[in-house]
Ligand binder design. Structure first.
Ligand code: HEC
Ligand code: HEC
Length: 248
């Protein structure tokens, strides 16, 4: 309890210095965490977890990352780099191309007991030891794996990459929620470069699985809203609308 209080007061002090964005940390919400919040934070950790917990970025390449893989360094520590945005690893979008690792997905662990997943994350393959990810963090990741995963094939056509939602309904949400930060055309932030710009429309069209993951769980460490509490049909509608936004 004292430990929790000191975390809470550190968070309060930090909030004074760093402003509201600090709420992105792993500090528990007052009054206790909802299961949606826990699972949502787990989904956010599936990406660049160090940005979520404000830890230093890894400098080495993950020991389980295959030698024939094309990536190196910090990105190889992201769950998504080995298991994919569609959670299907080599059987999904990462079955070929620059993200290929030959590693299986995590979809078989949907519904598995939390403790089994925690054991996997702490094992000699994953090496997410407590000094890297706290018990709180691995618990949230395990909740995401067992409860937060969805079968993306139900909502996104794998061949055409088109989301199967209602764009008109999605527009209502995009324009009242997302546009505040991204603009009505989704172009306020360029996630790419001047030469190869990337906007909400680009990600939604080219990597709908990543866009959906981020709509549900947010973007690590930047204070993007996470809409995981809404029903999945609404989120697919938002994704469908985002696929109509300009890509360049
Ligand atoms: C560097 C690559 C790599 C990273 C990063 C990685 N994993 Fe894995 N993961 C593996 C490998 C390899 C296996 C074992 C696959 C096998 O048995 O063929 C595995 C297996 C799993 C399994 C069991 C899947 C099954 O069906 O048995 C789960 C769950 C899992 N990982 C979750 C995660 C989560 C959550 C993260 C992020 C915190 C993560 N992994 C990060 C490589 C990785
Ligand atoms: C409170 C502000 C805010 C809101 C609201 C918001 N976002 Fe974001 N979003 C951000 C920021 C900041 C980034 C990271 C920008 C960067 O890296 O340059 C981001 C990143 C993204 C990315 C990731 C791009 C990438 O490849 O890294 C996508 C996709 C995205 N947002 C879509 C959405 C959608 C769709 C909505 C509405 C459901 C939404 N965002 C709502 C602030 C917001």
């Amino acid at each position: 309890m004292r430990h929790l209080l000191s975390i809470a007061s550190a968070a309060f002090t930090a909030a004074l210095f760093f402003g509201p964005a600090f709420g992105q940390g792993l500090v528990e919400p007052p009054g206790g965490a909802s299961s949606v919040w826990d699972t949502t934070r787990g989904g956010e950790l599936y990406d660049e977890w160090w940005a979520v917990i404000e830890a230093p970025e890894p400098t080495d390449t993950h020991p389980a990352y295959p030698a024939e893989g094309k990536k190196s360094g910090a990105t190889t520590w992201r769950c998504k780099e080995c298991h994919g945005w569609d959670y299907r690893g080599k059987e999904g979008a990462y079955g070929s191309g620059s993200h290929y690792t030959g590693i299986r997905g995590i979809e078989r662990m949907h519904g598995a007991p939390v403790n089994n997943i925690i054991r996997i994350l702490r094992d000699d393959t994953h090496r997410f030891t407590p000094d890297i990810l706290s018990d709180q963090a691995v618990q949230k990741l395990a909740l995401f794996v067992t409860q937060g995963q969805i079968d993306t094939d139900l909502y996104i056509d794998r061949g055409t990459k088109l989301a199967r939602g209602d764009a008109a309904n999605g527009a209502r949400y995009f324009q009242t929620v997302c546009a505040v930060c991204h603009g009505y055309d989704g172009k306020n932030f360029n996630f790419g470069s001047d030469a190869e710009p990337e906007y909400v429309g680009t990600v939604a069209s080219e990597n709908p699985w990543e866009a959906l993951h981020k709509i549900r769980f947010g973007q690590p460490g930047v204070g993007m809203v996470a809409l995981g509490a809404l029903d999945i049909e609404t989120l697919i509608d938002i994704l469908t609308y985002a696929q109509h936004l300009p890509t360049e």
